[in-house]
Design a protein around this ligand. Structure first.
Ligand code: ADP
Ligand code: ADP
Ligand code: MG
Length: 488
Protein backbone atom coordinates (compact mmCIF):
# COMPACT_ATOMS: atom_id res chain seq x y z
CA UNK A 1 0.00 0.00 0.00
CA UNK A 2 1.03 3.61 -0.49
CA UNK A 3 2.95 5.45 2.18
CA UNK A 4 1.87 8.96 1.34
CA UNK A 5 -0.89 10.26 -0.92
CA UNK A 6 -1.15 13.80 -2.25
CA UNK A 7 -4.65 15.15 -2.85
CA UNK A 8 -4.63 17.42 -5.91
CA UNK A 9 -7.95 19.12 -5.15
CA UNK A 10 -9.74 21.30 -2.65
CA UNK A 11 -12.93 21.57 -0.62
CA UNK A 12 -15.26 18.73 0.23
CA UNK A 13 -13.72 16.22 -2.16
CA UNK A 14 -10.22 16.83 -0.80
CA UNK A 15 -11.58 16.16 2.68
CA UNK A 16 -13.36 13.04 1.44
CA UNK A 17 -10.10 11.60 0.08
CA UNK A 18 -8.14 12.59 3.20
CA UNK A 19 -10.66 10.71 5.33
CA UNK A 20 -10.22 7.54 3.28
CA UNK A 21 -6.43 7.80 3.66
CA UNK A 22 -6.71 8.25 7.43
CA UNK A 23 -8.76 5.07 7.68
CA UNK A 24 -6.25 3.21 5.50
CA UNK A 25 -3.21 4.39 7.47
CA UNK A 26 -1.80 6.35 4.53
CA UNK A 27 -0.04 9.65 5.28
CA UNK A 28 -1.46 12.65 3.42
CA UNK A 29 -0.34 15.83 1.73
CA UNK A 30 -2.77 18.61 0.80
CA UNK A 31 -2.25 21.43 -1.67
CA UNK A 32 -3.95 24.81 -1.51
CA UNK A 33 -4.16 28.13 -3.28
CA UNK A 34 -3.77 31.44 -1.50
CA UNK A 35 -7.58 31.63 -1.31
CA UNK A 36 -7.69 28.32 0.57
CA UNK A 37 -4.93 28.98 3.08
CA UNK A 38 -7.40 28.69 5.97
CA UNK A 39 -9.67 26.07 4.46
CA UNK A 40 -10.66 23.24 6.77
CA UNK A 41 -9.33 20.39 4.61
CA UNK A 42 -5.83 21.93 4.69
CA UNK A 43 -5.76 21.47 8.45
CA UNK A 44 -6.82 17.83 8.14
CA UNK A 45 -3.80 16.65 6.14
CA UNK A 46 -0.50 15.62 7.66
CA UNK A 47 1.23 18.31 5.62
CA UNK A 48 0.11 21.07 3.28
CA UNK A 49 1.79 22.92 0.43
CA UNK A 50 1.02 26.25 -1.18
CA UNK A 51 0.34 25.96 -4.91
CA UNK A 52 0.00 29.58 -5.95
CA UNK A 53 -2.50 32.41 -6.46
CA UNK A 54 -6.28 31.80 -6.26
CA UNK A 55 -7.17 31.36 -9.97
CA UNK A 56 -7.24 27.62 -10.78
CA UNK A 57 -4.95 28.14 -13.78
CA UNK A 58 -2.26 29.33 -11.39
CA UNK A 59 -2.89 26.74 -8.70
CA UNK A 60 -5.07 23.61 -8.95
CA UNK A 61 -4.48 23.23 -12.69
CA UNK A 62 -0.69 23.56 -12.49
CA UNK A 63 0.51 20.05 -13.40
CA UNK A 64 4.19 21.01 -13.09
CA UNK A 65 3.79 22.53 -9.62
CA UNK A 66 1.75 19.63 -8.31
CA UNK A 67 4.25 17.04 -9.53
CA UNK A 68 7.13 19.07 -8.10
CA UNK A 69 5.40 19.26 -4.70
CA UNK A 70 4.56 15.55 -4.77
CA UNK A 71 8.20 14.70 -5.43
CA UNK A 72 9.41 17.02 -2.69
CA UNK A 73 6.88 15.54 -0.26
CA UNK A 74 7.88 12.04 -1.41
CA UNK A 75 4.28 11.10 -2.10
CA UNK A 76 3.90 7.81 -3.95
CA UNK A 77 0.31 8.43 -5.12
CA UNK A 78 -1.87 11.35 -6.24
CA UNK A 79 -5.67 11.47 -6.08
CA UNK A 80 -7.16 14.12 -8.38
CA UNK A 81 -10.70 14.24 -6.92
CA UNK A 82 -13.20 15.47 -9.54
CA UNK A 83 -13.02 18.57 -11.71
CA UNK A 84 -9.66 20.31 -12.20
CA UNK A 85 -7.14 17.70 -13.44
CA UNK A 86 -9.24 14.60 -12.77
CA UNK A 87 -9.92 13.85 -16.45
CA UNK A 88 -6.65 15.21 -17.81
CA UNK A 89 -4.71 12.48 -19.64
CA UNK A 90 -1.53 14.60 -19.53
CA UNK A 91 -1.75 14.74 -15.75
CA UNK A 92 -2.21 10.98 -15.48
CA UNK A 93 0.83 10.60 -17.74
CA UNK A 94 2.91 13.17 -15.84
CA UNK A 95 2.29 11.25 -12.62
CA UNK A 96 3.42 8.01 -14.26
CA UNK A 97 6.52 9.67 -15.70
CA UNK A 98 7.44 10.95 -12.24
CA UNK A 99 7.07 7.47 -10.77
CA UNK A 100 3.96 8.44 -8.82
CA UNK A 101 0.76 6.36 -9.00
CA UNK A 102 -2.24 8.28 -10.38
CA UNK A 103 -5.44 7.21 -8.59
CA UNK A 104 -7.49 6.97 -11.76
CA UNK A 105 -7.34 5.47 -15.22
CA UNK A 106 -4.23 5.28 -17.41
CA UNK A 107 -3.74 8.17 -19.91
CA UNK A 108 -4.84 6.08 -22.92
CA UNK A 109 -8.15 5.12 -21.31
CA UNK A 110 -8.80 8.78 -20.44
CA UNK A 111 -8.09 9.81 -24.03
CA UNK A 112 -10.23 7.05 -25.53
CA UNK A 113 -13.17 7.46 -23.16
CA UNK A 114 -12.94 11.15 -22.31
CA UNK A 115 -13.47 12.57 -25.79
CA UNK A 116 -17.18 12.43 -26.56
CA UNK A 117 -16.69 11.88 -30.30
CA UNK A 118 -14.18 9.07 -29.79
CA UNK A 119 -16.46 7.48 -27.20
CA UNK A 120 -19.45 7.64 -29.58
CA UNK A 121 -17.44 6.04 -32.37
CA UNK A 122 -16.33 3.25 -30.09
CA UNK A 123 -19.94 2.65 -29.02
CA UNK A 124 -21.24 2.65 -32.59
CA UNK A 125 -18.55 0.25 -33.74
CA UNK A 126 -19.57 -2.19 -31.00
CA UNK A 127 -23.33 -2.13 -31.29
CA UNK A 128 -23.92 0.02 -28.21
CA UNK A 129 -26.91 2.34 -28.74
CA UNK A 130 -26.17 6.07 -28.98
CA UNK A 131 -28.47 9.03 -29.65
CA UNK A 132 -28.72 9.65 -33.42
CA UNK A 133 -25.95 12.07 -34.32
CA UNK A 134 -22.78 12.73 -36.32
CA UNK A 135 -19.64 11.40 -34.69
CA UNK A 136 -17.32 14.06 -36.07
CA UNK A 137 -16.72 17.81 -36.05
CA UNK A 138 -19.57 19.50 -37.94
CA UNK A 139 -19.84 22.60 -40.08
CA UNK A 140 -22.94 24.76 -40.15
CA UNK A 141 -24.26 23.18 -43.35
CA UNK A 142 -23.68 19.64 -42.05
CA UNK A 143 -25.57 20.46 -38.86
CA UNK A 144 -28.39 22.04 -40.90
CA UNK A 145 -28.51 18.97 -43.10
CA UNK A 146 -28.66 16.71 -40.02
CA UNK A 147 -31.53 18.80 -38.64
CA UNK A 148 -33.43 18.47 -41.91
CA UNK A 149 -33.15 14.71 -41.80
CA UNK A 150 -33.80 14.25 -38.07
CA UNK A 151 -35.89 17.40 -37.45
CA UNK A 152 -35.32 20.02 -34.78
CA UNK A 153 -34.52 20.24 -31.92
CA UNK A 154 -30.89 19.24 -32.18
CA UNK A 155 -28.11 19.55 -29.66
CA UNK A 156 -24.65 20.93 -30.40
CA UNK A 157 -22.03 19.47 -28.09
CA UNK A 158 -18.36 20.08 -27.40
CA UNK A 159 -16.23 16.97 -28.01
CA UNK A 160 -14.17 17.81 -24.94
CA UNK A 161 -17.17 18.96 -22.90
CA UNK A 162 -18.05 18.51 -19.25
CA UNK A 163 -20.19 20.08 -16.56
CA UNK A 164 -22.85 20.99 -19.12
CA UNK A 165 -20.65 23.55 -20.84
CA UNK A 166 -20.18 23.92 -24.60
CA UNK A 167 -23.72 22.68 -25.25
CA UNK A 168 -26.52 24.43 -27.16
CA UNK A 169 -30.03 23.25 -27.92
CA UNK A 170 -31.15 24.46 -31.35
CA UNK A 171 -34.88 24.56 -31.99
CA UNK A 172 -35.02 26.07 -35.48
CA UNK A 173 -32.81 26.83 -38.46
CA UNK A 174 -32.26 30.58 -37.90
CA UNK A 175 -30.80 29.86 -34.43
CA UNK A 176 -28.19 27.49 -35.79
CA UNK A 177 -25.30 29.74 -36.93
CA UNK A 178 -25.15 31.66 -33.69
CA UNK A 179 -25.53 28.54 -31.51
CA UNK A 180 -22.67 26.87 -33.35
CA UNK A 181 -20.41 29.89 -32.89
CA UNK A 182 -21.28 30.10 -29.19
CA UNK A 183 -20.84 26.38 -28.51
CA UNK A 184 -17.53 26.37 -30.31
CA UNK A 185 -16.05 29.41 -28.59
CA UNK A 186 -17.29 28.24 -25.18
CA UNK A 187 -15.64 24.87 -25.89
CA UNK A 188 -12.40 26.58 -26.89
CA UNK A 189 -12.22 28.68 -23.73
CA UNK A 190 -13.39 25.95 -21.33
CA UNK A 191 -11.62 22.91 -22.79
CA UNK A 192 -9.03 24.31 -25.21
CA UNK A 193 -10.72 22.48 -28.10
CA UNK A 194 -13.36 24.14 -30.32
CA UNK A 195 -14.60 20.84 -31.85
CA UNK A 196 -18.39 20.60 -31.80
CA UNK A 197 -20.58 17.71 -32.97
CA UNK A 198 -24.32 17.26 -33.23
CA UNK A 199 -26.92 14.94 -31.73
CA UNK A 200 -30.68 14.71 -31.92
CA UNK A 201 -32.06 16.44 -28.83
CA UNK A 202 -34.08 13.88 -26.89
CA UNK A 203 -37.14 15.50 -25.30
CA UNK A 204 -37.64 14.81 -21.61
CA UNK A 205 -35.37 11.81 -21.10
CA UNK A 206 -34.03 10.64 -17.78
CA UNK A 207 -30.33 10.74 -17.01
CA UNK A 208 -29.31 7.34 -15.64
CA UNK A 209 -25.68 6.39 -15.09
CA UNK A 210 -23.87 3.25 -14.06
CA UNK A 211 -20.97 3.20 -11.60
CA UNK A 212 -18.23 0.77 -12.49
CA UNK A 213 -15.03 -0.44 -10.88
CA UNK A 214 -12.29 -2.08 -12.94
CA UNK A 215 -9.11 -3.48 -11.44
CA UNK A 216 -7.07 -3.41 -14.64
CA UNK A 217 -6.56 -7.18 -14.36
CA UNK A 218 -9.65 -8.08 -16.28
CA UNK A 219 -12.22 -7.83 -13.50
CA UNK A 220 -14.98 -5.26 -13.91
CA UNK A 221 -18.10 -4.89 -11.76
CA UNK A 222 -20.95 -2.41 -11.85
CA UNK A 223 -22.46 -0.95 -8.71
CA UNK A 224 -25.92 -0.21 -10.06
CA UNK A 225 -27.34 3.06 -11.27
CA UNK A 226 -27.83 6.63 -10.17
CA UNK A 227 -30.62 8.74 -11.56
CA UNK A 228 -29.56 12.36 -12.05
CA UNK A 229 -32.50 13.84 -13.94
CA UNK A 230 -32.91 16.84 -11.67
CA UNK A 231 -30.66 19.25 -13.54
CA UNK A 232 -30.31 22.93 -14.20
CA UNK A 233 -28.52 23.90 -17.40
CA UNK A 234 -27.43 20.28 -17.91
CA UNK A 235 -25.87 20.27 -14.43
CA UNK A 236 -26.99 17.82 -11.79
CA UNK A 237 -28.58 19.14 -8.60
CA UNK A 238 -30.07 15.96 -7.11
CA UNK A 239 -29.03 12.34 -7.55
CA UNK A 240 -30.56 9.13 -6.27
CA UNK A 241 -30.12 5.41 -6.33
CA UNK A 242 -31.92 3.30 -7.38
CA UNK A 243 -33.86 5.00 -10.18
CA UNK A 244 -37.65 4.58 -10.11
CA UNK A 245 -37.45 3.93 -13.86
CA UNK A 246 -35.01 1.02 -13.70
CA UNK A 247 -36.09 -2.54 -12.90
CA UNK A 248 -33.82 -5.53 -12.38
CA UNK A 249 -33.82 -6.53 -16.04
CA UNK A 250 -32.95 -3.04 -17.27
CA UNK A 251 -30.30 -2.65 -14.55
CA UNK A 252 -28.72 -5.88 -15.72
CA UNK A 253 -28.69 -4.73 -19.36
CA UNK A 254 -27.34 -1.26 -18.58
CA UNK A 255 -24.79 -2.67 -16.16
CA UNK A 256 -23.51 -5.19 -18.69
CA UNK A 257 -23.29 -2.45 -21.34
CA UNK A 258 -21.24 -0.27 -19.00
CA UNK A 259 -18.91 -3.17 -18.25
CA UNK A 260 -18.50 -3.82 -21.95
CA UNK A 261 -17.56 -0.17 -22.55
CA UNK A 262 -15.02 -0.32 -19.72
CA UNK A 263 -13.41 -3.39 -21.26
CA UNK A 264 -13.38 -1.85 -24.75
CA UNK A 265 -11.40 1.19 -23.63
CA UNK A 266 -9.04 -0.71 -21.34
CA UNK A 267 -10.46 0.98 -18.29
CA UNK A 268 -8.98 0.80 -14.79
CA UNK A 269 -10.24 2.31 -11.51
CA UNK A 270 -13.65 3.89 -10.81
CA UNK A 271 -15.65 5.32 -13.69
CA UNK A 272 -19.18 6.12 -14.74
CA UNK A 273 -21.05 5.40 -17.95
CA UNK A 274 -23.77 7.97 -18.52
CA UNK A 275 -26.94 7.16 -20.47
CA UNK A 276 -30.16 8.84 -21.48
CA UNK A 277 -33.24 6.73 -20.83
CA UNK A 278 -36.41 7.44 -22.80
CA UNK A 279 -40.00 6.87 -21.73
CA UNK A 280 -40.09 3.49 -23.51
CA UNK A 281 -37.12 2.12 -21.58
CA UNK A 282 -34.59 2.56 -24.42
CA UNK A 283 -31.20 3.74 -23.23
CA UNK A 284 -28.53 5.60 -25.19
CA UNK A 285 -24.88 5.90 -24.25
CA UNK A 286 -23.78 9.50 -23.59
CA UNK A 287 -20.23 9.48 -22.26
CA UNK A 288 -17.80 7.98 -19.77
CA UNK A 289 -16.71 10.07 -16.81
CA UNK A 290 -13.20 8.81 -16.11
CA UNK A 291 -13.10 9.76 -12.44
CA UNK A 292 -14.92 9.76 -9.14
CA UNK A 293 -18.26 11.58 -9.49
CA UNK A 294 -19.65 14.28 -7.27
CA UNK A 295 -22.62 11.99 -6.62
CA UNK A 296 -20.60 8.88 -5.63
CA UNK A 297 -21.97 8.92 -2.04
CA UNK A 298 -25.42 7.67 -3.07
CA UNK A 299 -23.81 4.54 -4.47
CA UNK A 300 -21.72 4.17 -1.31
CA UNK A 301 -24.85 4.41 0.83
CA UNK A 302 -26.78 1.71 -1.03
CA UNK A 303 -23.88 -0.69 -1.65
CA UNK A 304 -21.88 -0.19 1.55
CA UNK A 305 -18.75 0.10 -0.59
CA UNK A 306 -16.27 2.92 0.05
CA UNK A 307 -15.49 4.01 -3.49
CA UNK A 308 -12.49 6.15 -2.62
CA UNK A 309 -10.83 3.32 -0.69
CA UNK A 310 -11.51 1.04 -3.63
CA UNK A 311 -9.94 3.57 -6.00
CA UNK A 312 -6.82 3.68 -3.87
CA UNK A 313 -6.67 -0.12 -3.53
CA UNK A 314 -6.99 -0.55 -7.31
CA UNK A 315 -4.28 2.05 -7.95
CA UNK A 316 -2.05 0.10 -5.55
CA UNK A 317 -2.54 -2.99 -7.70
CA UNK A 318 -5.08 -4.89 -5.62
CA UNK A 319 -7.72 -7.09 -7.17
CA UNK A 320 -11.44 -6.40 -6.85
CA UNK A 321 -12.59 -8.31 -3.78
CA UNK A 322 -16.06 -9.25 -5.08
CA UNK A 323 -17.82 -10.88 -7.97
CA UNK A 324 -20.78 -9.14 -9.61
CA UNK A 325 -23.38 -11.23 -7.79
CA UNK A 326 -21.89 -10.29 -4.42
CA UNK A 327 -22.79 -6.64 -4.93
CA UNK A 328 -26.25 -6.18 -3.47
CA UNK A 329 -27.59 -2.63 -3.21
CA UNK A 330 -30.00 -2.02 -0.32
CA UNK A 331 -32.55 0.71 0.29
CA UNK A 332 -32.61 4.12 -1.31
CA UNK A 333 -30.20 7.06 -1.12
CA UNK A 334 -30.62 10.65 -2.30
CA UNK A 335 -28.08 13.43 -2.55
CA UNK A 336 -28.79 17.16 -2.71
CA UNK A 337 -26.02 19.44 -3.93
CA UNK A 338 -26.07 22.53 -1.72
CA UNK A 339 -24.65 25.53 -3.55
CA UNK A 340 -23.86 29.06 -2.44
CA UNK A 341 -26.41 30.50 -4.85
CA UNK A 342 -29.64 32.43 -4.59
CA UNK A 343 -32.32 30.07 -5.94
CA UNK A 344 -34.85 32.91 -6.09
CA UNK A 345 -32.71 35.15 -8.26
CA UNK A 346 -31.66 32.91 -11.11
CA UNK A 347 -29.23 30.90 -8.95
CA UNK A 348 -26.83 33.83 -8.87
CA UNK A 349 -23.61 32.96 -7.00
CA UNK A 350 -23.45 34.24 -3.44
CA UNK A 351 -20.05 34.85 -1.91
CA UNK A 352 -18.82 35.84 1.52
CA UNK A 353 -17.63 34.64 4.87
CA UNK A 354 -19.54 31.90 6.65
CA UNK A 355 -20.65 33.47 9.92
CA UNK A 356 -22.15 30.25 11.16
CA UNK A 357 -23.00 26.78 9.99
CA UNK A 358 -25.04 23.98 11.55
CA UNK A 359 -25.02 20.74 9.61
CA UNK A 360 -27.80 18.18 9.82
CA UNK A 361 -27.06 14.88 11.50
CA UNK A 362 -29.00 11.98 12.94
CA UNK A 363 -29.64 8.49 11.65
CA UNK A 364 -28.69 7.71 8.04
CA UNK A 365 -27.79 11.29 7.20
CA UNK A 366 -24.41 12.17 5.72
CA UNK A 367 -22.99 15.62 5.05
CA UNK A 368 -19.89 15.99 2.89
CA UNK A 369 -18.65 19.54 3.26
CA UNK A 370 -15.54 21.55 3.98
CA UNK A 371 -17.53 24.40 5.51
CA UNK A 372 -16.66 25.56 9.00
CA UNK A 373 -17.39 28.88 10.69
CA UNK A 374 -15.31 31.62 9.04
CA UNK A 375 -14.80 29.65 5.81
CA UNK A 376 -14.74 31.93 2.80
CA UNK A 377 -16.86 31.25 -0.27
CA UNK A 378 -15.05 32.99 -3.13
CA UNK A 379 -15.62 33.66 -6.80
CA UNK A 380 -12.69 31.50 -7.81
CA UNK A 381 -14.18 28.02 -7.51
CA UNK A 382 -17.34 26.02 -7.97
CA UNK A 383 -20.32 27.20 -5.93
CA UNK A 384 -21.09 23.78 -4.42
CA UNK A 385 -20.43 24.05 -0.68
CA UNK A 386 -21.97 20.85 0.68
CA UNK A 387 -23.60 17.59 -0.26
CA UNK A 388 -26.41 16.27 1.89
CA UNK A 389 -27.13 12.57 1.54
CA UNK A 390 -30.00 10.66 3.14
CA UNK A 391 -30.56 6.91 3.18
CA UNK A 392 -33.71 4.96 4.06
CA UNK A 393 -35.20 1.55 3.27
CA UNK A 394 -37.32 3.06 0.48
CA UNK A 395 -37.61 6.23 -1.61
CA UNK A 396 -40.57 7.76 0.26
CA UNK A 397 -38.78 7.50 3.59
CA UNK A 398 -35.53 8.76 2.11
CA UNK A 399 -37.36 11.87 0.89
CA UNK A 400 -38.93 12.43 4.35
CA UNK A 401 -35.51 12.08 5.91
CA UNK A 402 -34.05 14.51 3.38
CA UNK A 403 -36.73 17.10 4.22
CA UNK A 404 -36.08 16.63 7.93
CA UNK A 405 -32.32 17.07 7.41
CA UNK A 406 -32.72 20.12 5.16
CA UNK A 407 -34.76 21.78 7.90
CA UNK A 408 -31.83 21.30 10.27
CA UNK A 409 -29.37 22.85 7.82
CA UNK A 410 -28.40 26.42 8.65
CA UNK A 411 -25.79 28.43 6.83
CA UNK A 412 -25.31 32.08 7.77
CA UNK A 413 -23.25 34.40 5.60
CA UNK A 414 -24.15 33.31 2.09
CA UNK A 415 -27.40 32.42 0.40
CA UNK A 416 -27.78 28.72 -0.32
CA UNK A 417 -30.00 26.41 -2.33
CA UNK A 418 -31.36 24.74 0.83
CA UNK A 419 -34.81 26.40 0.49
CA UNK A 420 -34.97 25.34 -3.15
CA UNK A 421 -34.30 21.71 -2.19
CA UNK A 422 -36.95 21.88 0.54
CA UNK A 423 -39.55 22.86 -2.03
CA UNK A 424 -38.37 20.30 -4.55
CA UNK A 425 -38.50 17.37 -2.14
CA UNK A 426 -42.05 18.33 -1.18
CA UNK A 427 -43.19 18.55 -4.78
CA UNK A 428 -45.89 16.03 -5.69
CA UNK A 429 -44.45 15.17 -9.08
CA UNK A 430 -40.96 14.66 -7.70
CA UNK A 431 -42.40 12.42 -4.99
CA UNK A 432 -44.23 10.41 -7.61
CA UNK A 433 -40.95 9.98 -9.47
CA UNK A 434 -42.31 11.74 -12.55
CA UNK A 435 -39.07 13.49 -13.42
CA UNK A 436 -36.94 14.09 -16.50
CA UNK A 437 -33.91 16.21 -17.36
CA UNK A 438 -36.02 19.30 -18.11
CA UNK A 439 -38.28 18.92 -15.09
CA UNK A 440 -36.83 21.97 -13.34
CA UNK A 441 -36.98 24.15 -16.42
CA UNK A 442 -40.46 23.24 -17.53
CA UNK A 443 -42.46 22.06 -14.52
CA UNK A 444 -41.01 23.52 -11.37
CA UNK A 445 -40.75 27.10 -10.22
CA UNK A 446 -39.02 27.79 -6.89
CA UNK A 447 -41.08 30.42 -5.11
CA UNK A 448 -39.42 32.86 -2.78
CA UNK A 449 -40.52 32.42 0.81
CA UNK A 450 -42.18 35.47 2.24
CA UNK A 451 -45.53 37.12 1.98
CA UNK A 452 -48.43 36.80 4.32
CA UNK A 453 -47.33 33.76 6.30
CA UNK A 454 -43.96 35.28 7.20
CA UNK A 455 -45.58 38.55 8.15
CA UNK A 456 -48.06 36.74 10.37
CA UNK A 457 -45.32 34.69 12.03
CA UNK A 458 -43.28 37.82 12.69
CA UNK A 459 -46.25 39.66 14.14
CA UNK A 460 -47.05 36.72 16.39
CA UNK A 461 -43.45 36.47 17.54
CA UNK A 462 -43.31 40.17 18.41
CA UNK A 463 -46.59 39.94 20.29
CA UNK A 464 -45.33 36.88 22.14
CA UNK A 465 -42.24 38.76 23.27
CA UNK A 466 -44.28 41.75 24.35
CA UNK A 467 -46.50 39.60 26.52
CA UNK A 468 -43.61 37.61 27.96
CA UNK A 469 -41.79 40.72 29.09
CA UNK A 470 -44.99 42.25 30.51
CA UNK A 471 -46.10 39.31 32.65
CA UNK A 472 -44.18 37.18 35.15
CA UNK A 473 -42.55 34.01 33.80
CA UNK A 474 -44.65 30.90 33.88
CA UNK A 475 -43.89 28.49 36.65
CA UNK A 476 -44.78 25.39 34.72
CA UNK A 477 -43.98 24.58 31.10
CA UNK A 478 -46.82 25.25 28.69
CA UNK A 479 -47.53 23.31 25.53
CA UNK A 480 -45.83 24.82 22.53
CA UNK A 481 -48.20 27.05 20.56
CA UNK A 482 -48.64 26.48 16.86
CA UNK A 483 -47.23 29.96 16.28
CA UNK A 484 -44.07 29.18 18.16
CA UNK A 485 -43.62 25.89 16.39
CA UNK A 486 -43.99 27.65 13.05
CA UNK A 487 -41.44 30.25 14.06
CA UNK A 488 -38.94 27.65 15.12
P1 ADP B 1 -20.62 14.92 -12.21
O1 ADP B 1 -21.01 14.14 -13.41
O2 ADP B 1 -19.75 14.20 -11.24
O3 ADP B 1 -21.74 15.64 -11.57
P2 ADP B 1 -19.95 17.28 -13.66
O4 ADP B 1 -19.60 16.97 -15.07
O5 ADP B 1 -21.27 17.89 -13.36
O6 ADP B 1 -19.65 16.00 -12.77
O7 ADP B 1 -18.78 18.22 -13.13
C1 ADP B 1 -18.40 18.22 -11.80
C2 ADP B 1 -18.96 19.41 -11.04
O8 ADP B 1 -18.13 19.72 -9.97
C3 ADP B 1 -19.01 20.68 -11.88
O9 ADP B 1 -20.06 21.47 -11.39
C4 ADP B 1 -17.69 21.33 -11.59
O10 ADP B 1 -17.71 22.69 -11.87
C5 ADP B 1 -17.62 21.03 -10.11
N1 ADP B 1 -16.28 20.99 -9.54
C6 ADP B 1 -15.15 20.70 -10.15
N2 ADP B 1 -14.13 20.72 -9.32
C7 ADP B 1 -14.63 21.02 -8.12
C8 ADP B 1 -14.07 21.16 -6.82
N3 ADP B 1 -12.80 20.97 -6.58
N4 ADP B 1 -14.87 21.48 -5.80
C9 ADP B 1 -16.18 21.64 -6.00
N5 ADP B 1 -16.76 21.51 -7.20
C10 ADP B 1 -16.00 21.20 -8.24
P1 ADP C 1 -21.39 16.74 -19.83
O1 ADP C 1 -20.04 16.31 -20.24
O2 ADP C 1 -21.54 18.20 -19.81
O3 ADP C 1 -21.82 16.07 -18.58
P2 ADP C 1 -23.30 14.99 -21.19
O4 ADP C 1 -23.20 14.48 -22.57
O5 ADP C 1 -23.05 14.02 -20.09
O6 ADP C 1 -22.35 16.26 -21.03
O7 ADP C 1 -24.74 15.62 -21.02
C1 ADP C 1 -25.12 16.34 -19.88
C2 ADP C 1 -26.62 16.48 -19.84
O8 ADP C 1 -27.10 17.13 -21.03
C3 ADP C 1 -27.39 15.18 -19.80
O9 ADP C 1 -27.54 14.69 -18.50
C4 ADP C 1 -28.71 15.56 -20.41
O10 ADP C 1 -29.52 16.23 -19.48
C5 ADP C 1 -28.32 16.54 -21.47
N1 ADP C 1 -28.12 15.89 -22.78
C6 ADP C 1 -26.96 15.45 -23.32
N2 ADP C 1 -27.15 14.92 -24.54
C7 ADP C 1 -28.47 15.03 -24.80
C8 ADP C 1 -29.31 14.70 -25.92
N3 ADP C 1 -28.83 14.16 -27.02
N4 ADP C 1 -30.63 14.96 -25.81
C9 ADP C 1 -31.15 15.54 -24.69
N5 ADP C 1 -30.42 15.89 -23.64
C10 ADP C 1 -29.10 15.65 -23.67
MG1 MG D 1 -21.99 14.06 -18.35
Amino acid sequence: MFRKLLVANRGEIALRVLRACREMGIATAAVYSEADRWAHYVSQADEAHLLGPPPARESYLRIDRIIEIAKKARADAIHPGYGFLAENADFSKACGDAGIRFVGPPPDAIRRAGNKIEARKMAEANGIPVVPGLSRAVTESEAADFARRHRFPILLKAAGGGGGRGMRVVRDAPELPRALREASSEAQSAFGDPTVFVEKYVEKPRHVEIQILADGRGAVVHLGERECSIQRRHQKLVEESPSVAVDDALRERMGETAKKIAKLVGYRNAGTCEFLLDAKGNFFFLEVNTRLQVEHPVTEMVTGIDLVKQQIAIAAGERLPWKQEEIRPRGHAIEARICAEDPFHGFAPSIGEIAGVRCPAGPFVRVDTDLVPRSRVSVYYDSMIAKLIAWAPDRAQAIERMVRALREFKVVGVRTTVPFHLQLFQDRRFRAGRIHTRFLETEFEPRPPGGALDAAVLAAALEFRRRESATPRYASPRPLSAWKRELR
